[in-house]
Design a protein around this ligand. Structure first.
Ligand code: HEM
Length: 123
């Protein structure tokens, strides 16, 4: 499930960059299509993250509970930020504040996911 989770958010990061670039070039239609795929991929992130979370529920989070809670808030926040960036860019509104939030929470989620929390693909 960690593989699916990583694949899903890496794909979403790429889609976000391409979709916003297309919107900025005035290519609304292909931008919209990628934005819809981006949204579908949120579901994969949530499903795979939720499944990893279910593993914690059945095994117990133990002393990792605080980091797990922060990780999940950061993950959810990253999805909200990606959607806000997408919508604001599609309307031609500035999205800088959301890009900053996205960068901060994505770094927290990735740092905790790979660096601190015990599940996953890394030894
Ligand atoms: C774009 C948003 C997200 C990013 C960048 C992200 C990043 C990561 C990373 C790097 C890992 C570690 C994988 C590994 O060690 O192999 C991870 C694991 C995990 N993620 Fe996410 N995640 C995101 C969203 C979410 C969401 C929304 C949830 C909750 C529904 C979630 C729940 C989890 C759980 C429970 C784990 C297992 C923690 C562990 O490694 O022990 N993530 N995530």
């Amino acid at each position: 499930m960690a593989h699916l989770h990583i694949t899903a958010w890496v794909l979403d990061f790429i889609l976000l960059f391409i979709a916003t670039a297309l919107y900025k070039q005035g290519k609304g239609k292909p931008g919209k299509i990628l934005h819809m795929i981006l949204r579908l991929d949120y579901l994969l992130i949530l499903f795979s993250g939720g499944s990893l979370l279910a593993d914690y529920m059945s095994n117990g989070a133990g002393s990792y509970l605080p980091e797990l809670i922060v990780k999940i808030i950061a993950g959810l926040w990253a999805i909200v930020a990606m959607e806000m960036i997408g919508v604001r860019t599609s309307k031609g509104n500035p999205a800088k504040g959301w890009w900053i939030q996205f960068a901060v929470v994505a770094i927290i989620a990735i740092g905790l996911g790979f660096g601190r929390l015990p599940y996953g693909i890394l030894p």
